[in-house]
Design a binder for this molecule. Structure first.
Ligand code: LR7
Ligand code: MN
Length: 467
């Protein structure tokens, strides 16, 4: 009797081990492609990944079948409709492209020979959306699944911020690894991201906008930097997906995030001394602020630093709040040139703001200024007089957080992270006399210099985020 029981246990154990191996093998084997010339999933000896083509219709035993064709075709533009009206980009072009187009690898050629730690931890991808076009949202998800090593994608968490059609969320959850949480009311991207992050099961969080396409080997460099030092918050170079024809265009690799005193985000050239010192184009670029939508951060560090200010609504300002907080409370921000992600830059918000666009932005950016900018907030108010007197709610919790974390002052931030942001008095003391190609410049209050005029490098308009 004992022997029979021992044998039964043995058989069950062997079956369980075989089952586990089969499951793991299924997860990591090359996907059988239904179309095109892709060579299937292959982890090369140096840890890079060949692009994978996903089957058009995917199914697993515990999920119902995702029917991509039906998903896309039920929401297409009607004849005569303005293709820009609903999403502020050309929907017709987006729909025409399909979900798994190939894009040019826009990295510096030296990035292609980089090797990655084979033992990187997986990440939870968090994508919040409000009334996103189905074709752009699906392309975001599929690009992640096609161009990331499968073992690094723990899950993709969609947070549907109360879009008009709940079916988007329900249907997309049928894709393997995809979960979708739907808000019961409109929360805005800040609270939606916090909800997504709290639901994440991986120790590393990756945030994406809902109209992106990730490029070759985008993920490994970012996870590696965060694994090496969990206080780093890292972003890719954000390439441009044309809002008119959806062409994928390489962005300049010499830009970092900056801002002016009105808290207007802008891309700016890396300071010349740093540029001269950069002899390796694959090296990270320190950035005073991040654009906000696409970044990787350790989950423990995200929680330790107070996630986001959840009293900020809808859109805007949270990237400054997060950036100041990361730098001032002991972390750092960087852009990794070997990681590239495309984003559709739009000229207007395609959605409504329940409290109005201007008031919402002012509320959010006032909160960032009041909590983090100390006496320098006066320059923010001087640059944005309309912000004065507008309601911004209580900031007691965030001030308490700042005290608890024993963060540095804004003055420290200006001196150590963003010395190029001149305080307005200094700017007033700066004057410039121009004749022909020569410029007479005052440097501070006591010296003058005559030199060839410097030209301010221009940033392509397609890459401007109007915040
Ligand atoms: O109420 C909303 N709820 C949402 O879930 C409003 C928006 N959203 C979603 C939206 O569907 C999208 O996925 O939030 C995401 C960001 O909204 P966008 O695409 O309208 O923002 P944006 O690309 O114009 O703005 C940039 O600045 C924002 C400030 O709040 C956010 O940080 C965005 O993530 C950010 N995008 C990027 O950084 C990509 C590069 C653009 C630049 C510069
Ligand atoms: Mn966006």
């Amino acid at each position: 009797m004992r022997r029979i029981r021992a044998n039964a246990i043995l058989i069950l154990t062997v079956a369980w081990i075989l089952g586990t191996f089969y499951y793991l093998w299924q997860d990591s084997k090359p996907s059988s492609s239904s179309s095109s010339s892709s060579s299937g999933s292959q982890l090369k000896n140096h840890g890079r990944l060949e692009e994978r083509t996903l089957p058009l219709i995917v199914s697993t035993s515990n999920k119902s079948t995702f029917d991509e064709k039906a998903f896309l075709s039920s929401k297409q533009l009607k004849a005569g409709e303005d293709p820009y009206r609903e999403h502020a980009f050309n929907l017709q072009e987006s729909d025409r492209l399909g979900s798994d187009r190939t894009i040019r690898d826009t990295r510096h050629y030296r990035c292609a020979s980089m090797t990655f730690d084979p033992d990187l931890p997986p990440t939870s991808i968090i994508i919040t959306f409000h009334n996103e076009a189905r074709s752009t949202l699906l392309r975001t998800i599929k690009s992640v699944l096609m161009r990331s090593p499968p073992h690094l994608i723990q899950e993709i968490i969609l947070v549907d911020d109360f879009s008009s059609d709940p079916e988007d969320c329900r249907l997309l959850s049928q894709i393997p690894k995809v979960r979708c949480l739907r808000n019961e009311r409109r929360e805005g991207l800040i609270r939606s991201r916090v909800r997504g992050a709290s639901a994440a099961s991986a120790s590393i969080l990756t945030f994406l906008d809902s109209h992106c396409e990730v490029n070759t080997d985008w993920l490994q460099p970012m996870i590696l930097r965060v694994k090496e030092d969990h206080t780093r918050v890292v972003s890719p170079i954000i390439d441009v997906i044309s809002l008119d024809n959806f062409a994928y265009l390489a962005a300049s690799a010499d830009l970092r995030g900056g801002f002016d005193w009105s808290l207007h985000f802008k891309w700016e050239q890396i300071p010349i001394e740093q540029k001269m010192a950069r002899n390796d184009p694959t090296q990270p670029i320190r950035t005073p602020v991040i654009a906000g939508g696409i970044f990787v951060m350790d989950k423990g560090w995200f929680n330790h630093l107070g996630q986001y200010d959840t009293h900020m609504d809808i859109w805007g300002g949270e990237n400054f709040e997060l950036s100041f907080r990361v730098w001032m409370c002991g972390g750092s921000l960087e852009i990794l040139p070997c990681s590239r992600v495309g984003h559709v830059f739009r000229k207007r918000h395609p959605y409504d703001f329940p409290e109005g666009n201007a008031l919402t932005y002012i509320k959010n950016s006032r909160r960032a200024a009041e909590v983090w900018m100390d006496e320098y907030k006066q320059y923010y108010y001087a640059a944005r007089p309309s912000a004065q007197g507008k309601a911004f709610g209580s900031i007691a919790d965030r001030l308490a957080l700042r005290r608890k974390l024993k963060c540095n002052s804004f003055r420290w931030y200006l001196e150590n992270v963003y010395p190029e942001l001149k305080i307005p008095e200094q700017e007033a003391a700066y004057s410039l006399l121009k004749q022909g190609g020569l410029c007479l410049e005052s440097h501070g209050t006591d010296s003058l210099g005559l030199a060839e005029c410097k030209t301010t490098p221009s940033i392509p308009a397609s890459q401007v985020c109007d915040k």
